[in-house]
Design a protein around this ligand. Structure first.
Ligand code: FES
Ligand SMILES: [Fe+2]
Length: 393
């Protein structure tokens, strides 16, 4: 996303009434297809962690819109991604969602064309090969892959540029002091939400809903209880510029260390965090359209989105801990997981309520309030990508 108005003026809020996207953007089949073509098939997307494919020959398949991708670790240890489609007559190749290949080859279940784990076609069992057929011209359809801090991203664009790392919003947080690569999974939540993927991101981008929707979170993060995300969201911020109380500074309530039901850390605190990162209690980094990650002092949480249809989105949240934390008898992971699940359930629930109202034939578009400045940035990000995408004739 482009830098927001905060870089020119310390007050973050919108000063003009800006329209939302048109309501049809959230349910229309053509609009959904445009989102897939212009955004999802052209962006770096989180699929899994490197640790999920730890062994050579491990593979997983992923669906993004209508596209099915296989990601594997080859015999040399390199990660590779391909469309899960045979070059002969287009059969699906890997039929399971995850597993271990039985050989250093991917063999099509239909007529047994075999591909090396680099994607080269190496074996065609026909009795003879027709004139003009060159195996070298029929490798698997390769997909760009990039790893950031142990997280595996793919990009379906044939001319994919940049990397997983450059896909993060530069205005979002920096998690370089968190030991992301060594963390292990403590809990996974999978949930199908009956809402368009953009509804989830809109909700993520504002806290006007926090006082009403997140009562417990608003107690833990007092500025959320004011419907604000940060100090400069308040038009009167200058009057409280030197006030470090959390309802103005944005940190956790006095005495709280992390997002957990009791506000306490459960397990060792990450050693390399700065005093400011500890005091903040939460550092968000965002990679649109597929994920955000939050660093807390004792654990990290990722949320990954996959669009399933115009009005359906799959959310996968994963809680990552140091292995010491998971092994420590004092570590009460449930206290942490329960709080995060509660917030996600509250968000998913209100996103579904939002979706239900959008079909009104009278509601062509909504209007944004000053606190929804990040939502406006998100809308502009969507608009720019849609405009840049010209459908093929
Ligand atoms: S479709 Fe794969 S070998 Fe025929
Ligand atoms: Fe929320």
């Amino acid at each position: 996303m482009q830098p927001g108005p905060s870089e020119r003026d310390p007050y973050n809020g919108l000063t003009r009434a800006e329209p939302t996207l048109p309501s049809s953007a959230y349910w229309d089949a053509e609009a959904y297809q445009r989102d897939l073509d212009a955004i999802w098939y052209k962006s770096w997307l989180l699929v899994c962690r490197e640790a999920d494919l730890a062994q050579p020959l491990a593979f997983r398949t992923f669906r993004i819109g209508t596209q099915e991708i296989v990601v594997l670790r080859d015999e040399t240890g390199a990660l590779r991604a391909f469309h899960n489609t045979c070059r002969h007559r287009g059969s699906q190749l890997c039929q399971e969602s995850e597993g271990r290949l039985k050989a250093r080859l991917i063999t099509c279940p239909y007529h047994a064309w075999s591909y090396s784990l680099r994607g080269d076609l190496v074996r065609v069992p026909s009795k003879s090969l027709p004139e003009g057929f060159d195996k070298a011209e029929h490798p698997l359809y390769r997909v760009a892959l990039s790893v950031w801090s142990g997280f595996v991203f793919v990009n379906l664009a044939e001319d994919a540029g940049g990397s997983a790392e450059t896909s993060f919003d530069p205005a979002s947080g920096d998690l370089s002091n968190w030991p992301l690569e060594t963390l292990v999974s403590g809990h996974v939540l999978r949930k199908v939400m009956n809402c368009n993927w953009k509804i989830f991101w809109e909700n993520f981008n504002e806290c006007l809903h926090c006082p009403g929707v997140h009562k417990d979170l608003s107690r833990l993060v007092p500025i959320y209880g004011r419907g604000l995300m940060g100090r400069h969201d308040d038009p009167q911020w200058a009057r409280h510029a030197d006030n470090d109380a959390p309802e103005f500074s944005g940190g956790l309530r006095a005495g709280a260390e992390t997002w957990s039901s009791d506000g306490q850390a459960h397990g060792p605190v990450f050693a390399d965090l700065t005093p400011a990162e500890r005091a903040a209690g939460q550092t968000y980094a965002t990679s649109l359209p597929s994920m955000f990650i939050v660093g807390h002092v004792d654990y990290v949480r990722t949320v990954r989105l996959v669009p399933l249809g115009p009005e359906q989105t799959e959310l996968t949240a994963e809680w990552l801990f140091s292995s010491e934390a998971l092994e420590a008898p004092s570590a009460d992971i449930d206290n942490i997981v329960a709080f995060g699940r509660q917030v996600l359930e509250e968000d998913a629930g209100i996103c579904e309520v939002n979706q239900k109202g959008l079909r009104s034939m009278r509601h062509k578009a909504g209007v944004l309030m000053p606190e929804e400045y990040d939502l406006h940035r998100f809308h502009n990000w969507v608009r720019e990508r849609s405009a840049a995408h010209s459908p093929k004739p």
